[in-house]
Ligand binder design. Structure first.
Ligand code: BGC
Length: 418
């Protein structure tokens, strides 16, 4: 028997992936909410990479921005004793799932792939439960962006605003020129997204932390909060009558098509511009939401993995975890998705100026303590408290409730939810 030759053949087979595909191939069922054009293109990258390693991917996509519907489906499936193999879950909700004892321990792959070194601790802390990895981080999204159609600003002879006073002047000119100033989607999570961006910009990062991360009653019911609520409500004057219920990507396409001048949205909106073949700088411009320059509301997408018995499924879960933090996925996915890599060491060449700015700002704001977790996107508070804040924001935005009353209501609603 020629052992040397056998060893060589084995090495070659391992290299081309034969061993991993035949012996340990398995299936993952992945629950996520990436269904818009840009999102679907992004998640397809992961499916392809897994399939190339011989695993199969069962797609469980649940439409609905920010994942509210997806979380309802996930709970129903878990309660019926039939959770998917992997699910897109973020922030403090990861801890809740881990407490149920349902999650797989990902320490082995994390150690082998060096996650502790490659991923900043502001992210890894969220992925661990009692010191063990139970979730895989995917990317970093920045929330407080404003997406603009520069051609509309030129036609309306308006300036792209950096303050709320400038915003009103520009919005009035845009309205007079026959365009919709703000592309708005009237859904609770989108309202909360705009609201939190106003809070951090107008009242500052320290205030944001006190109010929407620590839920300090004094900050929640304060003159700063009342002012931010009023600014948020002011935006409504510059939205169209079809805004209620509109999906976020439909709002983005209004900016892309040149019907609306601005959208306040996280940088998954860039995924839509990219998918439509638009170029940053010329076709569209992204700058911070007025008055929020120097702050960074972050949002990290991540996947939890449920305990499975089948060794093939386990192998597929580990491969998925490894691939997500691998070079190839981090680069291609994030370019398509509009986010930035969640780990260090990824080549920057294929990222545009908006992404490069986001990378620089992530580092700078982290050093300045102006990098804060997004309340609207499940990074800052537990889901029950987030739900209470959503309720007040949406009631305030869609009724004649005063800002003073809404600020007081935050305190009672949050106390009831805790
Ligand atoms: C997620 C993004 C997603 C967006 C719209 C956010 O909460 O982090 O990945 O694109 O919601 O659904």
């Amino acid at each position: 028997m020629n052992f040397k030759l056998l060893a060589k053949i084995a090495a070659v087979l391992t290299l081309v992936g034969i061993f991993s595909t035949s012996a340990f191939a398995g299936k993952v069922e992945v629950l996520h909410w990436w269904t818009s054009g840009g999102e679907a293109k992004s998640v397809a990258v992961l499916k392809d990479l897994l399939e190339k390693e011989g695993h199969s991917w069962k797609d469980m996509a649940v439409a609905g921005g920010a994942g509210e519907n997806a979380m309802t489906v996930l709970k129903t499936r878990a309660m019926a004793g039939n959770p998917p193999t992997a699910a897109q879950v973020k922030g403090p909700a990861i801890q809740e799932w881990a407490q149920e004892g349902l999650l797989a321990n990902l320490d082995a792959v994390a150690k082998k792939e060096n996650w502790d070194k490659l991923v900043p601790s502001v992210v890894t802390d969220v992925m661990k439960y009692e010191g063990h990895y139970v979730a895989v981080p995917v990317n970093v999204h920045k929330i407080n962006w404003m997406w603009c159609n520069p051609a509309i600003f030129i036609k309306a002879k308006a300036k792209i605003p950096t303050t709320w006073a400038e915003f009103e002047i520009a919005a009035q000119k845009i309205q007079k020129a026959g365009f919709i100033p703000v592309a708005f989607g009237g859904q609770a999570w989108q309202e909360a997204t705009v609201f939190e961006s106003v809070v951090i910009g107008q009242a500052g990062a320290d205030f944001y932390k006190k109010a929407l991360v620590d839920t300090d009653p004094k900050a929640l019911n304060s003159p700063e909060m009342i002012k931010a609520l009023e600014t948020f409500k002011m935006i409504k004057k510059y939205t169209d009558k079809n805004a209620p219920g509109r999906d976020w990507n439909m709002a983005t396409s209004m900016v892309i098509r040149g019907e609306a001048a601005m959208q306040f949205m996280g940088d998954w909106a860039k995924g839509e511009f990219t998918a439509a073949g638009k170029n940053p700088g010329s076709d569209y411009v992204a700058i911070p939401v007025p008055e929020s320059a120097g702050t960074y509301l972050f949002n990290v997408d991540s996947f939890i993995m449920f305990n499975v018995k089948d060794s093939g499924a386990k192998a597929a879960q580990n491969a998925m975890a490894r691939l997500i933090l691998g070079n190839k996925f981090q680069e291609v996915f994030n370019v398509n998705k509009g986010s930035i890599p969640v780990r260090s060491g990824i080549a920057k060449a294929s990222f545009d100026d908006i992404a490069l700015r986001s990378m620089d700002e992530f580092a700078a704001t982290s050093a300045n303590n102006t990098l804060l977790p997004s309340m609207a996107h499940g990074m800052a508070v537990f889901p029950a408290v987030q739900g209470a804040i959503y309720d007040v924001v949406t009631k305030f935005y869609n009724s004649d409730m005063t800002a003073k009353k809404a600020a007081a209501k935050f305190v009672t609603a949050i106390a009831a939810a805790k």
